[in-house]
Design a protein around this ligand. Structure first.
Ligand code: DGJ
Length: 723
């Protein structure tokens, strides 16, 4: 077992393949964190702080235990730990928020506990869970802390259950799934801020005294911030040094809270937070938090990322629906809303001609959806555009030799729709106030079971007998004026959390109803690029920004927390720029950062362009397994330079795909040395693109690539081991 409960020492030690995590129940009652780092046979107390420094302590213990100066495993509010708290529970009988959870017992078991309604990592034969049970006599509540180990990926997850065992109501006022105290050091924070069209921009900053909050208050994990963060030593590089990664398996508003206290101790927390969440627990009720995951590596940011990639691929992503991931042709950037049956059949023919596998019909096929101001909610095909209905249309598409995918946006409604006219009360809006619109739309109240029933019934009817291979599930606005007509006043602060439960229920319904269709998630691009969405969606549309030169930064940032197999990358034809062969090739090579697709009016493309795309797809197939399942290494950062370089490598180090992507021409023609640390020292590799031979030693020392004076230049190498 990887979990040791050392009863005589009151210690608990968790071991993954290359890391150790340890804690101690001080005085048999306070869970204190000892150590989280590389494997250690004897994890010691990370730090002992004896001074009390104006912070309260337990007199009955000889004033020796001062919560504010200890590494607390899971800090709760009101008992003298002045740092940010993980759990704040209000006793509604007295209005008092003070709790004092005392350790009672621990047990370990194979597998894991499910989290009702919320996605979480799948267990495999190596998965084990530690459950620690605490109680608070005054509130009569029981706290269960869970630590689930995914040892092969060096990932440990954390979540808790709070049970109201008393006779009166309690209210959770702050909920953090994970809290970790780390010793003082030169810590730096990596976070991934952004905006629509500029998701996951990488930022690295020193962590100084005080509190830093990275949050979304939008009801979605959002383009603007991402729940994934990293903490690393100032000297940590891609290949060397301490690096921790933290994430939350949740798609709504979240909070990552980071604090350095008076002693320099760093506290890192992630969870639902306190601004957009509270939960009423009536007697007998219980609540389980979303799952937070953490990883550690002493081999730098790169290895910590790869731990997260392995975890996501092995424990989060749904099983592949197809033998090969389809190369899709999406209609959006080619035609926007101006689509109909005839055009789509021609488009399907065009897709086939270019060697693509699937036509994805994007927005504009249903209701009165001719622009973005109408139709959302009316999920029946527009009769003028599809006079013979969807079934025969899709058969016709498939007769062209391609699969068929369709766009949906289930969570939204346009006020100009039959659905809204019939049920205005199903949209999220505050009583007696005019709701704010965004893209002319309102958010449906997914916390209302009637809304879920309507969506299930409507989609079941519209798609009955229609052969659909793929859904693109979009979500194009964030929540405001949050209020649910389905909830009583005392539960209104639960509305956006319960909304997510409804969304997850509908995702599960889709997967069960259409088991052979894969889901690509999208939220105005990559606005819900999070682990919970990845539980249901094989791919996520990384950004609405399809300019190749902007994509390098978005793609680079996305790889810190998430595997490339999930990052949907399309070659798009802005203002016909891809008719210029160099531009088409550059866009394609940038798109080789993840599963390939196209947003391209192939009907207007020249024969030369079509032939070039066909060749690209053939070539992509030779690398596809590396892009979807290989180990990924970042070499040159597009944040620090105008270039992005990375490589994929097979598990046995025999195949390596190296890409160098240069956005802006460098007049000085700077040279970059790209070191392939995974090359086998004594082996000989052939670059199949140039026919040149390289020794493994040479590859390890580094290939020199000189930046080009022109913009948008790409160089690729495909090294295959010969001997
Ligand atoms: C936003 C998405 O990101 C686009 O790809 C496209 O599907 C539009 N929505 C359709 O309205």
């Amino acid at each position: 077992m990887s979990i040791q409960i050392v009863r005589d020492k009151n210690q608990i030690i968790l071991k993954t393949k290359r890391t150790t995590y340890a804690m101690e129940m001080m005085y048999g009652r306070f869970p204190v964190h000892l150590y989280y780092g590389k494997s250690s046979p004897k994890p010691e107390l990370a730090i002992t702080i004896n001074h009390r420094s104006f912070s309260p302590n337990y007199e009955e213990l000889g004033r020796d235990f001062c919560p504010d100066n200890n590494f607390m495993e899971f800090p709760f509010f009101g008992n003298g730990d002045y740092r940010a708290t993980a759990l704040r529970v209000r006793d509604l009988k007295t209005g008092c928020d003070v709790t004092d959870y005392t350790y009672r017992r621990a047990k370990k078991f194979k597998g894991r506990c499910d989290i009702p309604g919320i996605p979480c990592g799948d267990a495999d034969e190596h998965t084990e869970t530690l459950e620690m049970i605490f109680d608070d006599e005054v509130t009569q509540s029981e706290l269960h802390l869970y630590y689930t180990l995914f040892p092969e990926c060096d990932v440990i997850s954390r979540y808790f259950t709070l049970i109201n065992k008393g006779d009166h109501d309690l209210q959770i006022e702050k909920c953090m799934s994970l809290s970790l105290d780390l010793p003082a050091s030169n810590w730096e924070l990596l976070s991934f801020h952004g905006a629509h069209n500029a998701e996951r921009q990488t930022q690295r900053e020193p962590i100084l005294h005080g509190v830093r909050r990275i949050a979304s208050r939008r009801g979605a994990s959002s383009h603007h911030s991402n729940p994934f963060i990293m903490v690393a030593d100032r000297k940590t590089t891609e290949e060397r040094g301490d690096a921790y990664g933290f994430n939350l398996v949740y798609s709504g508003s979240f909070l990552d809270e980071i604090e350095v206290d008076q002693n320099g101790t760093l506290r890192v927390m992630t969870g639902l937070g306190d601004e957009n969440f509270s939960m009423l627990l009536t007697p007998g009720e219980q609540f389980t938090s979303p799952e937070a995951v953490m990883t550690y590596s002493d081999k730098g940011l790169g290895e910590a990322s790869r731990n997260m990639h392995r975890f996501t691929r092995a424990h989060i992503l749904p099983p592949e629906v197809f033998e090969k991931r389809p190369v899709v042709l999406n209609s959006w950037e080619a035609f926007y809303f101006n689509i109909d049956e005839k055009l789509m059949i021609d488009f399907a023919k065009g897709a086939k001609e270019c060697g693509m596998d699937m036509l994805v019909m994007d927005d504009g096929w249903f209701g009165e959806r001719h622009k973005d101001n109408a139709g959302l909610g009316d999920w029946t095909p527009n009769a003028q555009k599809f006079p013979r209905g969807l079934t025969s249309f899709v058969e016709n598409v498939r007769a062209q030799g391609v699969k068929f995918g369709i766009w949906i946006e289930p969570e939204m409604v346009n006020p100009n729709s039959d659905l809204y006219r019939a049920h205005p009360e199903w949209a999220i809006q505050a009583p007696s106030r005019e709701p704010l619109q965004s893209r002319h739309q309102l958010v449906l109240d997914m916390a209302n079971p009637a809304v879920l029933d309507y969506l299930k019934t409507t989609y079941a009817k519209t798609f009955a007998g229609v052969h659909i291979d793929y859904f693109k599930w979009d979500m194009n606005r964030h929540m405001s004026n949050v209020y649910s007509n389905a909830l009583p006043p005392e539960r209104q602060k639960e509305a956006s959390f319960r909304y997510m439960l409804g969304v997850y229920e509908l995702f599960r319904w889709f997967r069960a109803q259409f088991p052979n269709a894969m889901i690509e998630n999208c939220s105005g691009g990559g606005g819900r690029y999070d682990l919970a969405m990845m539980k249901y969606s094989t791919q996520i549309w990384a950004s609405d920004n399809t300019h190749a030169d902007h994509r390098t930064r978005i793609q680079y940032g996305s790889t810190f927390g998430y595997p490339t197999s999930v990052m949907s990358c399309h070659v798009a034809n802005h203002k016909n720029s891809c008719e210029i062969p160099r531009r088409l090739e550059y866009s394609y090579r940038v798109a080789l950062g993840g599963p390939l697709g196209y947003e391209f009016n192939v009907l207007a493309a020249s024969e030369e362009t079509k032939a070039a795309m066909k060749k690209q797809i053939e070539e992509y197939r030779t690398y596809e397994d590396l892009i979807l399942g290989g180990d990924f290494y970042r070499l040159v950062s597009p944040i620090e330079t105008d270039c992005y370089a990375h490589y994929f490598v097979s598990e046995d180090n025999a195949r390596i795909l190296l890409s160098f992507l240069q956005n802006v021409g460098d007049p000085k023609q700077k040279a970059y040395k790209l070191k392939i640390s995974r090359a086998i020292l004594n082996a000989t590799y052939e670059d199949l693109r140039s026919g040149k031979l390289y020794s493994g030693e040479e590859l390890r020392r580094g290939i020199t690539v000189t930046a080009d004076p022109e913009d948008e230049y790409a160089k690729m190498f495909y090294f295959v081991k010969k001997s």
